[in-house]
Structure formats: structure tokens, C-alpha cells
Design a binder for this molecule. Structure first.
Ligand SMILES: Nc1nc2c(c(=O)[nH]1)N[C@H]1C(S)=C(S)[C@@H](COP(=O)(O)OP(=O)(O)OC[C@H]3O[C@@H](n4cnc5c(=O)[nH]c(N)nc54)[C@H](O)[C@@H]3O)O[C@H]1N2
Ligand SMILES: Nc1nc2c(c(=O)[nH]1)N[C@H]1C(S)=C(S)[C@@H](COP(=O)(O)OP(=O)(O)OC[C@H]3O[C@@H](n4cnc5c(=O)[nH]c(N)nc54)[C@H](O)[C@@H]3O)O[C@H]1N2
Ligand code: SF4
Ligand SMILES: [Mo]
Length: 877
């Protein structure tokens, strides 16, 4: 049986066909879905591997005891009621997620704002795209994304700013690659302090100083004004233009630390391109002046008339699968519902529609303020759904302290153990992807169905159902009497059209009358925004607005004590806090440990070598990561992934370092810049532990947990005797030990009736053994004495060469195989694809294959801001 559904990862919103067979779930791209036309990236392609039940939360828990639903819901209801009656509704908060379905989100928003009567419902989207929301609302009067994916093929210039789309929106990136292939005149500009995988197709890369983007776009506005001027009738344009006059290219170049000719080349290209789009994500939004950055971008599109036309516009790419659905229901503390605000007419209308007298009258607390209020004891109950704030919010130590002190923490989760759920008094098991049923909206306003194709496991229930049950216990049953998500969708769609008369952009009321069968069959539906409506906007003045903005620097600046700026973001194969992707062996092969990318000059300055462990500290905390020397990293700056947390590493969480500094308009934290210092850490030994049973690690070790088929895998480091505790463990278990001690090498194998139970390899540095050698040995134990001896020595039992670090995750092709193929004459990605299949499925690794090829050809690395050529080798076959 196959089911058409939607990928639960990024905002591209790809259609997926899931097939359940006896040996598990397999997925393929949905060739009929307009977001991907059949393509999937590596995370989407590995979805089948995430549907297992290991590690799932499958029953409700109260105070760490498994209980019935009845008890869990009653207890939650009683404790919430008690807090509300003693301290009032403002003492309660919900913290939701762009990974909830629209129906879940609608239910949560309605309960909090409409019936509990406070607007303290915020979401992880605050950390993600709230700056873009503010930018659009200030310019257009409504939160409207004015572009579609099909604009890409119609454009002449694509500017990717603060986006590593090759890794974060891979299918959209492949669409750009294809568009460029089909139309070689299409130019791509990448604006990012780092050289990223996305730069592989850039005709021009601007490695600007972190946080300096506003100046770049204000300078562009200045140049546009000097030319033909505006095609769009907008208000206050003079103020924005006047502010821009102070930013001629040489001033911009200095501010952004870019060569002047690189700046002017970008300006020339933008001004002369008949059609241009700017695609922006976290490098723009996650800033203490993120909303001004968004408006600086929107301004140049309005002023140049590259707006409300095919192939044009400022396009905020959303991160999460349903960030847009959350915006549609109004699930942020600063919005009311369905594109309505905390204004008298809207408040009256929503109260009428919901039939409530308790509607919240003022905006609620935004995420960072919300957790600060929990920390101060003002908010006494928080219900967290579908997000992991102990990892993803800035200033983690303070967030964890707040959660620890909060009298009532409720968590709705699919996974049993997360950094956040460790603080929960009540845990509700939610249905996961493949089990839940509803709708999501992608970056281009396209509503798609997520359909269930698996039975509900254990006691897990839909998020909306849990919310409705609690609503009942708080005394609001009749307003939450839905029996099916289709009923919630209909209500949400009806609210969007309620007394709308064209005043609100978001209107999907034509979907309110879908029958259950029609809703079940609903094809991807993009809600419409006409060019005429876009040109008019939704401000009461009837004009669009260019917002005057003044470039400022990031709040975080290097100091003598903390001389480096730390940037954080995503890696190709992990999703957020790793609760799902972190358990898939295939997705751990690309990058398996917290790393810190550092420029060669800084590595020399701080005496670091590739692979060294590094302590990174800020005034708030410390993390440990492994050094990767990267030529694409600017001097004075570091980059580290945002993903690792206490379930996967002892000290790998970047947000312990990040300050809770936010944009004053959007409340979005400055997650991309933190002043830090670093020091090399040379432990006494480092090693790789593989064990068939979960080991209990001594408390003082550095550890990182890795996903491996057939064994638990930890990379460890410490001082003192590397094998003493392992020996004790093996003795307790009665396993037979085989050991090697040679110089600094300490290796150990443990056997039980011919079955490999444990393997340990250690030395002063890594690598000590190739991963693929040992993971195979756990599946088929080496039979001969010689093979066991080879294994103990850290060699492949069969003595065949190890494939090395995985580059292509789809076909598990390692670096060594690629080097060998290049040495054997493969001189293009197409040739590598023919020889090894690497890069021929999702294409996410093509930038890396290209880099390996160019390293081999001894090509000089890319210089700052230099245009580089775009080769045909991107298209195997
Ligand atoms: N593989 C993967 N894909 C994902 C996700 C994931 O977890 N894993 N998460 C999804 C989500 S929720 C989101 S929000 C998106 C995020 O997608 P992206 O925004 O593309 O991802 P990031 O890696 O967070 O940041 C993008 C880039 O911003 C750059 N940057 C940092 N500071 C600045 C600056 O001052 N100016 C400019 N111009 N650039 C800067 C960083 O160097 C980085 O390369 O990804 C989505 N897709
Ligand atoms: N330093 C730094 N910090 C960042 C960022 C950064 O770039 N740098 N990026 C920020 C951004 S853009 C984002 S979006 C956030 C993401 O950060 P989070 O939202 O905290 O990360 P996730 O791991 O996606 O958390 C989702 C949780 O919901 C659970 N879950 C999954 N499906 C369901 C479901 O159907 N129902 C329920 N109830 N639970 C479910 C998962 O197991 C997981 O624990 O991180 C932000 N934090
Ligand atoms: S591009 Fe995004 S939506 Fe598409 S398959 Fe990959 S993670 Fe899923
Ligand atoms: Mo995000």
C-alpha cells in the first residue's frame, strides 16, 4: 500500500510516496508534487529508516511514572486549573512548533488565546522566521510571501543571502542547479561569510563581515535610486532613500569588509538584471537587527520594481515543514489568529467566531522573554509541544534552570528522552510523522496533506486530540468538540474567510466546505496572491512601504577576552536536535561529531591541528568540538553545528554559549554571532568504543554518541588509564578479553560465545580505526584467529581497504573510494557517478565531489569574492 504524503523536514515541502511492506517503510519522491516533482534529498530519502519505534515515547507519564491517559489528562487539567485560579491565565504558557500540523497549531492557539485567555503561546518559529514576518508586515501590511518556486526558472539573477540551501533546502537548490544548467545566462550570487556548499554554483560569492548585510542592501538601494528610480508607488520612500545616500559603495565595502569591485559587481548585476530574486534565510533572520535586514532586502525589490512580477521578489525560505501553517493560524504570541492582530475590530471578530468572552486582549510573551519569565517565577506552567527549547533557545543554562524551577512542565513529544523532556512533570506521547494526519504549508504558501500510513503505536495520540482533551478539563469542552482533524481544518479555513471581504491576504475559505473525502484527497493547494494585490499591499493607507533602515553591527563583537566570532547553523544530514536523524546510521556518516570550522590562519594562531579537540567558551558556558581547518572560513570567525545536545554529546551544545540578545521588533535571537575564545584540549587518550550493550560511562569522560547499525558507538577522550573501567565492565559481564598494549595504543576486544560484545581502540589521537571495519564485525563476527587479530590491531579483518569518510550518503560512497576513482582517471562528477554511483541520486554531495576533484587537480582554492566557473559536471548522465 502506498500513501502520498509530505516530508516532515524542511520548508521546501516535498511530496513523498510512502510504501509499507513487511520489511519496513520505503519512500520515494512524489513525481506529481509541484514542490519537488519526484526529487528527494538524503534526509527525505532516509525517512523510512526513522519510522521504527526504538526510543519512542509510547505511554503518558506523570512524575516519571507511566499512567493511563485518563490519569495523565486529569492530573494535567487539575494542576493547570490550580495555577490559573491562584495566579490567573498569564501564569500559563504554551511553547509550540513549526513542526506541528496546522490542525494541532490551530487547536493550541485557540485554547490559549481564546479560552485560557492569555496570549502566551509562542513557538520555535520565533527563533527561525519571525524577522521575516516583521519585515513583510512592515512593508506590505500582511505576512505574505510574494514568490513561488516557479519564479526560479523565470529569473535572471538569484541572490542567496544567509542561506546554505545546498544543505538546508536541497531539493530547491537542485532546482536552481537545473535552472542554471538550462539557462546558462542565469546568474547566482551567494552572500555568506563562509564558503559553503551552496557556493558551488555561485557566479559571485560575497564573504561579507558577519551581520553587515543591511549595509550591503542599503548601498544597493542608494545605487538604484541614482538610476531609474522606482516603478512602484510606495510611501515614505524618500526617508528610506535619504538614509541610503550615506552608503556609497566604498563605505559599504569598508563596513562589509569586501573589495569595492565585488560590491559594485553585485550592484551592477542586480540593477541590470531584468528580473531578480533574493532568497534569504537564517543568516539574515537570526540577528539582533533581523527585521531591518529583511526590510533592507524588501526595499531594493520595491524600489527597483523587481517585485510582483514573474521571476522577481524577496523570498523568505522557511525552515520548518509547517512554519507557514503556524503563521496562517496565528500561532505566534504577537499575532491573534488567521492574519488578524490585537486590534479592536480583529479582537471582536475572532471572539465572535470562537464564541468566547475570554479572548486575550494583548500580545503575549515572545520565546526568549517567555523563558525569562519562567525563570523569574512569573509563568508557573509551560506546555511544550514539538520543540526542544533546552537545546535550541539561546543561553541554555538559564533555560534549563528555568525549566528545573518551573512548578509545572508538560511536554508533548514523540521521543522518550530529550534534553527538554528530562525536565517534564507530565509527558504526553504524540503521534509522529507517518502516524499523524493533517496539513502543512511550505515556503511558497502551498498547503499539502500529511497523511497517516502507519497505525498509532502504543498509546500515542494526535497533538490536537491531547489539546482538546485538556480544553475539556479546563471547562471549555464545547469549543473543542472535534472528532477528526478535518473538522479543525474546516473551522480554520472558515475563520480565514470570516468577515474578510478581501481585507486579509490569507483567505482559504473555499476549502472550508471540503467533505472529509475531499479533504482526504486534497491535492497540493497554493493560496493565491495576485500581482495586483501585491502591488496594493494590505496597509490601511493602501500603499506599500519602504522602511528606512540604518545599518548597525551585530551586538556580539569580539573583545580582548573573547576574540573570535562564533557562527552556528546546519549540517547536511542532521535535523535540528537530532531526535530523529541522530539515530540513523546512514545520516551520521557525513559528520558524526560536533566540529568547529576554523581558518588556517586562526588554527596556526591558536596552535590547532586538524582533528584536535577544542574548548570553546563564552561568558555563559563552554562546549567541546573537533577542529576542522577550512579555507572557506574567514579569519577571526568560527562555525559550529547547532545540532548536538546532551543526548548525543557531553558538551556539544552551542546554545550554552549564545547570549539571549534579540531583535527589538521581531524578538528573534542573534543565534548567528557569539564572541568566544578557544583553547586546544589535548586529552591523555582518545578512542572509539563499540558495544553491543549500552555502556555506563564514567562521569569525567568526553563522549559523543554516534549511530551505528548493530552496536552502540561512542567516541571518548580522557586522561588516566584508558582501559581500566572497560576491563572491569567486561569482567562483571564475564566476557572473554583480548587486548593490545603498544606504546600509547590500548585496544581491547570482548567476546561472549564467539560473538563480539565490545571493541575498544585508543591512542593519543584519532583516528584509531575505520568505522566501516568495526561496524561490519558486529554484524558478522570475524571467524579466524588471524581475522580477530587484524580487528584487534584496528585493521579490516579481510585486509581490504576501508572506504573512509562517507561523502555520498545515498549510496554510502566513501572518500577513499572517490580518491581511488579520481586517481584511476575519473575527472568529473559525471565520471565519478558512472564509476561509483555517488551523486547520482539526491545530488547533495555534488559540491563535495567537485571539491575533491578540484583538490586532486591541484586547483588553487577560491579567492575572496572572485567569480568562479560553473561546470557541466553537475549533471551526470
Ligand atoms: N540539513 C538540514 N536542513 C534544514 C534544517 C536542518 O536542521 N538540517 N533545518 C531547517 C530549518 S528550521 C531552517 S530555519 C533552515 C535554515 O537554513 P539556512 O538558513 O540555510 O541554514 P543555516 O546553516 O542556519 O544558516 C545559513 C547560513 O547563514 C550564514 N550566516 C551566518 N551569519 C551571517 C551573516 O551575518 N550574513 C549572511 N549573509 N549570512 C550569514 C551561515 O554561515 C550559514 O551558511 O534549514 C532547514 N533545513
Ligand atoms: N545557535 C543556534 N540555535 C538555533 C538555530 C541556529 O541556527 N543556531 N536555529 C533555530 C531554528 S531556525 C530552529 S527552527 C530551532 C529548532 O529547534 P527545535 O524546535 O528545538 O528542534 P527539533 O529537534 O526540531 O525539536 C522538535 C521536537 O519535537 C519532537 N517532535 C517531532 N514530531 C513531533 C510531533 O508530531 N508532535 C510532537 N508533540 N513532537 C514532535 C521531536 O522529537 C523534537 O524533540 O532551533 C533554533 N536554534
Ligand atoms: S528538500 Fe526538504 S522537504 Fe524535500 S526531501 Fe529534503 S528535507 Fe524533505
Ligand atoms: Mo528554523
Amino acid at each position: 500500500m502506498s500513501t502520498r504524503t509530505t516530508c516532515p523536514y524542511c520548508g521546501v515541502g516535498c511530496g513523498v510516496v510512502a510504501t509499507v511492506a513487511e520489511n519496513g517503510v520505503s519512500v520515494a519522491g512524489d513525481s506529481a508534487h509541484p514542490a519537488n516533482y519526484g526529487r528527494l534529498c538524503v534526509k527525505g530519502a532516509a525517512l523510512g529508516e526513522t519510522t521504527g519505534l526504538a526510543g519512542r515515547l509510547l505511554a503518558p507519564q506523570v512524575d516519571d511514572q507511566t499512567v493511563s491517559w485518563q490519569t495523565a489528562l486529569d492530573t494535567a487539567g487539575e494542576r493547570l486549573n490550580a495555577i490559573i485560579s491562584e495566579f490567573g491565565p498569564q501564569a500559563v504558557a504554551f511553547y509550540a512548533s513549526g513542526q506541528l500540523l496546522t490542525e494541532d497549531y490551530y487547536a493550541a492557539n485557540k485554547l490559549m488565546k481564546g479560552f485560557i485567555g492569555a496570549a502566551n503561546i509562542d513557538t520555535n518559529s520565533r527563533l527561525c522566521m519571525s524577522s521575516a514576518v516583521t519585515g513583510y508586515k512592515r512593508a506590505f501590511g500582511a505576512d505574505v510571501v510574494p514568490c513561488s518556486y516557479e519564479d526560479i526558472e523565470k529569473s535572471d539573477l538569484l541572490v542567496l543571502v544567509g542561506s546554505n540551501a545546498a544543505w538546508t533546502h536541497p531539493v530547491l537548490y537542485q532546482r536552481i542547479v537545473q535552472a542554471k544548467h538550462d539557462n546558462p545566462a542565469l546568474k547566482v550570487v551567494v552572500i555568506d561569510p563562509r564558503v559553503t556548499a551552496t557556493c558551488a554554483i555561485a557566479d559571485l560569492h560575497l564573504p561579507l563581515a558577519p551581520g553587515s548585510d543591511t549595509a550591503l542592501f542599503v548601498g544597493l538601494l542608494n545605487m538604484i535610486a541614482a538610476g531609474t528610480g522606482s516603478l512602484v508607488d510606495f510611501e515614505e520612500g524618500d526617508a528610506a532613500l535619504a538614509a541610503a545616500h550615506e552608503w556609497p559603495p566604498e563605505v559599504v565595502a569598508t563596513f562589509c569588509a569586501l573589495p569595492r569591485d565585488v560590491v559594485t559587481t553585485f550592484y551592477d548585476w542586480f540593477i541590470t538584471a531584468p528580473r531578480a530574486m533574493t532568497l534569504f534565510t537564517m543568516g539574515i533572520n537570526q540577528s539582533s537587527s533581523g527585521s531591518d535586514k529583511c526590510n533592507a532586502i524588501i526595499n531594493v525589490h520595491l524600489a527597483s520594481g523587481k517585485f510582483a512580477r514573474p521571476g522577481c521578489g524577496p523570498f523568505s525560505l522557511t525552515g520548518q515543514p509547517n512554519a507557514m501553517g503556524g503563521r496562517e493560524v496565528g500561532g505566534l504570541a504577537t499575532q491573534l489568529a488567521a492574519h488578524m492582530n490585537f486590534e479592536a475590530a480583529d479582537l471582536a471578530r475572532v471572539a465572535r467566531f470562537w464564541g468566547t468572552e475570554r479572548l486575550a486582549q494583548t500580545p503575549g510573551l515572545m520565546a526568549v522573554d517567555l523563558f525569562a519569565a519562567i525563570g523569574r517565577g512569573e509563568v508557573k506552567a509551560v506546555w511544550i509541544m514539538g520543540t526542544n527549547p533546552a537545546v535550541s533557545l539561546p543561553d541554555s543554562h538559564a533555560v534549563c534552570a528555568a525549566l528545573a524551577a518551573c512548578p509545572l512542565v508538560i511536554v508533548s513529544e514523540v521521543v522518550a528522552d530529550t534534553d527538554t523532556s528530562r525536565y517534564a512533570h507530565i509527558r504526553f506521547p504524540a503521534l509522529a510523522w507517518g502516524e499523524k494526519n493533517g496539513t502543512v504549508t511550505n515556503s511558497e504558501r502551498r498547503i499539502s496533506r500529511q497523511r497517516a500510513f502507519l497505525p498509532p503505536p502504543g498509546e500515542a495520540k494526535a497533538d490536537w486530540w491531547i489539546i482538546a482533551q485538556i480544553a475539556q478539563r479546563l471547562g471549555f469542552g464545547p469549543a473543542f468538540a472535534w472528532q477528526h482533524p478535518h473538522e479543525i481544518f474546516s473551522e480554520h479555513a472558515a475563520l480565514s474567510g470570516f468577515e474578510n471581504n478581501g481585507m486579509r491576504a490569507f483567505d482559504i475559505s473555499e476549502l472550508a466546505r471540503l467533505t472529509l473525502e475531499e479533504w482526504d484527497r486534497l491535492e497540493p493547494h497554493q493560496w493565491s496572491v495576485t500581482p495586483e494585490a501585491l502591488r496594493r499591499g494590505w496597509r490601511s493607507s493602501g500603499h506599500l512601504r519602504t522602511v528606512p533602515v540604518s545599518p548597525v553591527r551585530a551586538m556580539a563583537q569580539p573583545t580582548t577576552l573573547y576574540p573570535l566570532l562564533l557562527n552556528s547553523g546546519r549540517i547536511r544530514d542532521q535535523w535540528h536536535t537530532m531526535t530523529r536523524t541522530g539515530t540513523v546510521a546512514r545520516l551520521m556518516q557525513h559528520i558524526a561529531e560536533p566540529v568547529v570550522e576554523i581558518s588556517p590562519a586562526d588554527a596556526a594562531r591558536f596552535s590547532l591541528c586538524e582533528g584536535d579537540l577544542v574548548h570553546i567558551s563564552s561568558p555563559r558556558g563552554v562546549m567541546v568540538a573537533r577542529a576542522r581547518i577550512h579555507h572557506g572560513q574567514r579569519e577571526g570567525e568560527l562555525f559550529t553545528p547547532m545540532h548536538w545536545n546532551h543526548c548525543f554529546a557531553r558538551q556539544g551544545k552551542v546554545n550554552v554559549l549564545v547570549a539571549p540578545v534579540c531583535d527589538p521588533h521581531s524578538g528573534q535571537p542573534e543565534s548567528k554571532q557569539t564572541a568566544v575564545r578557544i583553547a586546544a584540549w589535548q586529552p591523555g587518550w582518545q578512542g572509539e568504543l563499540y558495544a553491543r550493550e549500552m555502556p555506563e560511562l564514567p562521569a569525567d569522560l568526553y563522549w559523543v554518541r554516534k549511530a551505528t547499525d548493530g552496536a552502540f558507538h561512542f567516541t571518548l577522550a580522557g586522561s588516566g588509564d584508558a582501559v581500566a573501567w572497560l576491563t572491569t565492565w567486561c569482567q562483571t559481564k564475564g566476557w572473554e578479553m583480548q587486548t593490545v598494549r603498544a606504546g600509547t595504543v590500548r585496544n581491547l576486544l570482548a567476546w561472549d560465545n564467539g560473538q563480539l560484545m565490545l571493541g575498544w581502540w585508543s591512542d593519543t589521537r584519532l583516528p584509531v580505526i575505520a568505522h566501516d571495519v568495526i561496524s561490519q564485525a558486529f554484524i558478522t563476527a570475524p571467524a579466524t584467529a588471524q581475522a580477530r587479530h587484524n580487528l584487534l590491531a584496528g585493521q579490516s579483518p579481510s585486509c581490504s581497504p576501508a572506504p573512509g569518510r562517507t561523502v555520498c550518503s545515498c549510496y554510502s560512497v566513501g572518500e577513499n573510494a572517490i580518491h581511488a576513482a579520481i586517481a584511476a582517471g575519473c575527472d568529473s562528477t559525471a565520471a565519478l557517478g558512472n564509476a561509483l554511483r555517488c551523486g547520482t541520486n539526491c545530488g547533495s554531495c555534488l559540491p563535495e565531489l567537485k571539491a575533491l576533484l578540484s583538490e586532486a587537480a591541484n586547483e588553487p582554492r577560491r579567492a575572496q569574492g572572485v567569480a568562479f566557473e560553473f561546470g557541466k559536471q553537475f549533471f551526470p548522465g
